[in-house]
Design a protein around this ligand. Sequence first.
Ligand SMILES: [Zn+2]
Ligand SMILES: [Zn+2]
Length: 240
Amino acid sequence: MKLNCDIHTHTIASGHAYGTMREMAEEAAGRNLSLIGFSEHGPGTPGTCDPFHFAAIDKVPRTLHGVHVIHGCEINVMNDGVLHLEKRWLKKLDYAIIGIHTVCFQDEGAEKNTEHLIACMKHPKVFFISHPDDSKTPLDYEMLVKAAKDLHVALEVNNSSFLKKSRLNRDDNYRTMLALCAQHQVPIIVSSDAHDPSWVGVFDDAIAFLEQEHFPEELILTKDEHRVYEFIGLDESIFR
Ligand SMILES: [Zn+2]
Ligand SMILES: [Zn+2]
């Protein structure tokens, strides 16, 4: 399986990532990707950019090293269920990813954790949920997938999760999530979650897992950049 988009990546702006946009795009070009998305960590992650980072994001060329560029933010879901990025910055973004990070989230059990996620999914700029795979902050996948369907949100299979030993019950959680996504026709994205240029477009473990589970390729948005644009309602004329 060949995927040619990577829309969950971090640059030096995230504080604990090590490539510039141009270095990341150059690596994406080398791996024959057609689209890269930069999704810096939002407020709550130690050392990440001030939201003012997004103020002039529209001044970055829409094509770098021949690769199309879109801008997002990986916004933290916190225990109050509030989307932690102000409207004035949200409207600058092409898309938002939301995700739970234990550095700024206390586990409240599967039902409450899922309710907090769903509350944040309601904003129209939120299109994706990052790495919903760690039982340290368990989720109710039935609730989550049905809400994703209703709210036009896609779930992520995160390649970096397969490289970390710390993700509790990752395989079982992805298996459950993917079966429900296939059943309810909820799309997914596959991402590197690159924090260094060398990780851009690296999806090997995620792809192997999806193939093993016989997940339908037509539900993988990042297989084709046009699927991504359609899903987030992006007018492709911005690249001309
Ligand atoms: Zn994350
Ligand atoms: Zn990330």
